[in-house]
Design a protein around this ligand. Structure first.
Ligand code: AMP
Length: 212
């Protein structure tokens, strides 16, 4: 199964992708995590992406498409994958098609902007493996430490309130048109993001398996 999780930054795509990928036995692929790793490693791709990411802008399509293409060619993605944070533009969606990737389902997770802004201030990510946490809704067992790898949990530079607003605007302008794109292809199902992660997970799993 090839799935796309769509939604504004902070809607919970990453958290849901981590849950659903375990249930389905396919990898969750986050272009945001891959780009953050490239920035950390100081690779040329990372250095080029950093300024866009820090501002809350999208990294140019060609760069992200290249990274994604390499990732989905890896062995663990042979039986399917969940894309979290890709595509973010219609050009990226078209590039997926040109790669011959058939998308089975696109799940949109909807959360009102006011809630997103609140959520982002409590979001933490693991420096080591990129797993997401929230100080209130999804805290780690030990404060500041990742349950999965023991790495340090940090706030993302682009989760600052002023950058969040610009990321929401970018989402509306560049990514939301994808809803129409996938709706016309009869692939889109929307779920309302709930207060409890487990409740959203139930809705998301139902959307993944529902007939359209
Ligand atoms: P995310 O972790 O998905 O919120 O992504 C963090 C940042 O990485 C975004 O604000 C963008 O700057 C960049 N990014 C991640 N995925 C993409 C993509 N598909 N296209 C362009 N930029 C991306």
């Amino acid at each position: 199964m090839n799935l796309i999780f769509l939604g504004a930054p902070g809607a919970g795509k990453g958290t849901q992708a981590e849950i659903v990928c375990e249930k389905l036995g396919i990898p969750a692929i986050s272009t945001g995590n891959m780009l953050r790793e490239a920035v950390k490693q100081g690779t040329p791709a990372g250095l080029a992406a950093k300024e866009y990411m820090d501002r809350g802008d999208l990294v140019p399509d060609e760069a992200v498409i290249g990274i994604l293409k390499e990732r989905i060619a890896q062995d663990d993605a042979k039986n399917g994958f969940i894309l979290d944070g890709f595509p973010r533009t219609v050009a990226q969606a078209e590039a997926l098609e040109q790669m011959g990737v058939v998308i089975d389902r696109v799940v949109e997770i909807r959360v009102p902007d006011e809630k997103i802004i609140k959520r982002m201030s409590g979001r933490r990510v693991c420096e080591g493996c990129g797993s997401s946490y929230h100080i209130q809704y999804n805290p780690p067992a030990e404060e500041g430490k990742c349950d999965k790898c023991g790495g340090n949990l940090v706030q993302r530079v682009d989760d600052k309130p002023e950058t969040v607003l610009s990321r929401l605007q970018t989402y509306r302008e560049k990514t939301e048109p994808l809803k129409d794109y996938y709706c016309k292809k009869h692939k889109l199902i929307s779920v309302e993001g709930q207060e409890e992660i487990a409740d959203t997970a139930k809705l998301t799993m139902a959307a993944v398996t529902a007939r359209i």
